[in-house]
Design a protein around this ligand. Structure first.
Ligand code: SF4
Length: 251
């Protein structure tokens, strides 16, 4: 993995995401290397570069500190890359950004596939409104390793929700929903999330992007996706209601 330190001119980016005013991304590129990642296609960056070279925005906390004097609103951290990918262990750009945001106690949301976020619980628990979410795509750890090789194991992600349940508003992002890989475990995932008392669940479908390069095993599963989209939606809604979870379906 190649790390490349860069200096940025701005930190907060206006966001079109629901309930979000600004997005904050401490890194560019993502070493979690999820095989279904569509961020490089959105960012117009070569896939190999996205996977193997992480740009570290070293001055981000300083720039952010200036920007929050005139900007405020709901901030989603890690919208196109994971703010707690392994680089964060060394560089702590996310942690330093949280320290800055805490000065104004801005409402935040962080979605991650890493349990490194537990390191920053001391800061996160001080926010008046902090939404902490993890992504779950399957309960099969072997499949998880295949699809999300450098992200945290599934149990470690559930443990993030468990640890934060009394300190933040916890949620889960179930997506991309892949026939069989996700759907076979949907009820077990939702039951587990209800047990962990998450406040809400977000479901998302697989998002095709032009020129997307996917491994064959995944492509063959996704071939079935068009016929099963409606079934998936109905099941997701039914199971969420069954286990008393608030939910939203993004398609
Ligand atoms: S964690 Fe998110 S940004 Fe990183 S590779 Fe996976 S899908 Fe892409």
């Amino acid at each position: 993995m190649k790390y490349c330190e860069i200096f940025v001119k701005s930190a907060l980016v206006r966001s079109k995401l629901e309930y979000t005013d600004f997005a904050l991304n401490p890194y560019r590129g993502c070493e979690h290397q999820c095989v279904y990642c569509y961020s490089p296609y959105v960012m117009h960056l070569p896939l190999e570069e996205w996977k193997n070279k992480v740009y570290i925005k070293v001055n981000l906390p300083t720039v952010l500190n200036q920007e929050i004097r005139r900007k405020s609103g709901f901030i989603s951290i890690g919208t196109v890359t994971d703010a707690y990918q392994p680089a964060e262990k060394k560089y702590e750009i996310t942690r330093k950004s949280l320290e800055v945001l805490l000065k104004k106690n801005m409402p935040i949301s962080i979605l991650t596939k890493s349990n490194l976020i537990l390191r920053d619980m001391d800061l996160i628990k001080k926010f008046q409104e902090a939404h902490i979410g993890v992504t779950i795509t399957t309960l099969d750890e072997e499949l998880r390793r295949k699809m999300e090789p450098n992200a945290a194991p599934i149990d470690a992600r559930f443990s993030v929700l468990d640890n934060f349940k009394s300190k933040a508003i916890t949620y889960a992002f179930i997506g991309p929903i892949i026939p069989q890989y996700t759907t076979d475990y949907l009820e077990d995932i939702i039951r587990k999330l209800a047990k962990l008392k998450v406040k809400y669940v977000i479901f998302d479908r697989f998002r095709w992007k032009k020129d997307m390069q996917l491994p064959r095993y995944l492509e063959s599963k996704l071939d079935k996706i068009e016929i099963s989209q409606m079934d998936i939606k109905v099941r997701a809604a039914y199971l969420s209601r069954k286990y008393g979870l608030r939910y939203s379906i993004l398609w």
